[in-house]
Every structure is written in structure tokens, then in C-alpha cells.
Design a protein around this ligand. Sequence first.
Ligand code: SAH
Length: 379
Amino acid sequence: MSEAAPGRTNLLGLTRPGLEAFIGELGSKPFRARQLMNWIYKRGVGSFADMTDIAKTLRARLGQLAEVRPPEIVSVQHSADGTRKWLLKADASQAFEMVFIPEPDRGTLCISSQVGCALDCSFCATAQQGFNRNLSTAEIVGQVWLAARELERPAPGEGEAAPATPERQITNVVFMGMGEPLANFRNVVPALHILLDDFGFDLSRRRVTLSTSGLVPQIYKLAEHSNVALAVSLHAPDDALRNELVPINRKHPIAELLSACWHYLDEQNGRSVTFEYVMLEGVNDSPAQARELARLLKGHPAKVNLIPFNPFPGTRYRRSAPAVIQRFRDELLQRGVLATIRRTRGDDIDAACGQLAGRVIDRTTVRLGNKVIGVAVQP
Ligand code: SAH
């Protein structure tokens, strides 16, 4: 794939009203935008020349002024369990990752919203590289567009022309890759609109999940702009421990965070918030901590997803033993709090939660990237 042509508008970054305005400026009727979206998102076509029911003159104008350009693939890895991970190019020296996780009843694409992350959670590999930059709307939407095309191709050993079985289709999208999506609000919200648009990817709002470490003001703002499913990285039942694991808690403590979550559900008529809780041996995994967590969430529309910690080089944490995780879950269930244990996938290719490090191409930038420059929250 080629570099961005200077001055060309990448249509993957435009919501339907944005595309209508763009087409309008070219002197065409707004309904052409829907036709274009149909080609781009329903049929996966990126070349204007192939969009045969669009007038030749408009196709020629689009060819001069616009493009459909997904991120460039640096490398791809296939896990023994079917999980695939792509390293994608952000700049000459920076990369980010996306992961596809096939299951019998769904196919989940885990996408990134930033290159690196500024939140500095102590158990997360992405945090170690610091924050580099926000991804654009086109780079966020482009991940889904690219993955849909890539999944049409057989994995090694699958033989030619493998059929598009359900487990090769993207049915769910989760913002659980690199970055804090709510710290890139300006680019993430239009991407959510394109994912949900009937003429875009047409995903149901319950099949798109935004996961946040808890940027409270942005949760209130999100409630005004979107209604996707919300997941929150809680990881501790008390402020002292959460301050240590998820440092943004010092600014927005647990009580404030939970109020924002319940507000989000009220506004969006949502079913429940998923609370992610990484199981760290001897740190946050005791039965007493499970009971404390149950007290926080009991009676609220909440689900807890226990994530066995995925280790990475240099970490001081260890994964809780399976029996400890099950006991923790049972303590929650006994108190009427829904809880599940996340099955770890793709760990043989470092594609599991929190392992996305987006190893960069130019090593000098890794060191620069290690400097944490604070939370970049956009207006
Ligand atoms: N910034 C967003 C999305 C990040 S990653 C957020 O914080 O929610 C998605 C999930 O993976 C988060 O719950 C995150 O806390 C968790 N995670 C990070 N590192 C992990 C690790 N090493 N093992 C298991 N889960 C991890």
C-alpha cells in the first residue's frame, strides 16, 4: 500500500454527514455518499474505478481528491488458537497493534485508539512505551476495514479460499488494544458513529465496546455522543490500591467513577457496565477483596470480567492461580454480582490483553517514548 497522497481526503475518516458534505462540495447529490459507503463498507472496495454504479466523472474527481487508505501492515502473526495479530504502521518509526479473536459464536476485533498510552497503569505493557500520539478517525476505522479484508484470506495451513465461516467474520469490536480511547475523544467518537451507521459497518451498539481506565468527565461526555457498551478497568476494590494500579484514580476515585458509570447507563438505557479486573497474585486477588468488590457493585447493573494477568518482560506482577481466580469469582457470585473469567487467547504471540507493546521499528524512539508526558485529553 502506498503512502498518503498529500492533500487527499481519506474517506475512512468521514462520518456519513461528513461524506455528504464532501460529496456536496464536488457538486454531487448527498445520496451518492450512501452509495459510496455501500461500496466501501459493505463490499470492501477501496478503488473508485471499481465502483461501477457511480458516475464516471465523480469517480475521476474522487480519484484526484480522495482515497480509501487503511493502515499499512508491518507484520502479522497467527496463534495456534486462531487468534491473529497485526502490527500496523503509524509513522516511519511508530507502530500499533490490532488483534482478531475467533470464537465459535463470534469474531471479536480488538483495536487500538492511540500509539502508546499515557495512563501508566503499572501492570500494562503498553504503558511502558509511554504516549506517542492519537490515532486519527481514519486509522481507527481503517483497522476494522483492513481486518475484514484480511480475514477473507486463509490463514497458513487453512488452504486456499477458505470460506467466510462465522469465526472469520467481525461480529464485535472492542476498544481494548493500545491506548485510552476516551483520551482521544475527538477521533474515537466519529469512529464509533461509522461502526454503528447502517451504511457503515452496521454493528449493533451492544457489539461495540469502549473500554476505559476511568476518565470520568469523558464518560459523562460520551453519554451525550454515543451509546455503545461501556467497559471500565477497575482492578481494585479500594482507592489506595487502585491509586497504585491505575494512577488516574488519584484524580477520579472509585466513587466518582461508579457514579459516572450509572449515569451512562441511565442516559443510554444500557443493560450493564462490564468491570474489568486483572488478577494479580497477592495484590488484588484475596477473598476479602472480592467481598469488598461485591459491596461496591451489588444491586447495580454490573458484570465483572476477571482477566488472568498476562505477564510481559520486566513486570513485577504474577498471574493468580486458577483456583484463586475461581474462588474470587465464587465470592462475587454468592453475593449476587455477575462474574466471568476471561479465557486467555493468543498468548503464544503476545496478543493477549495488556501485551500489546507495538514494538516500534526505530529503536531510538522506544527510549523517547518511555517518557510519560501526562494524560492527553482533548476538548
Ligand atoms: N485504556 C483502556 C483500554 C486498554 S486495554 C482501559 O484501560 O480500559 C484493555 C484491558 O486490558 C484493560 O482492562 C486493561 O487494564 C487490561 N490489561 C492491561 N494490561 C494487562 C495485562 N498485562 N494482563 C491482563 N490484562 C491487562
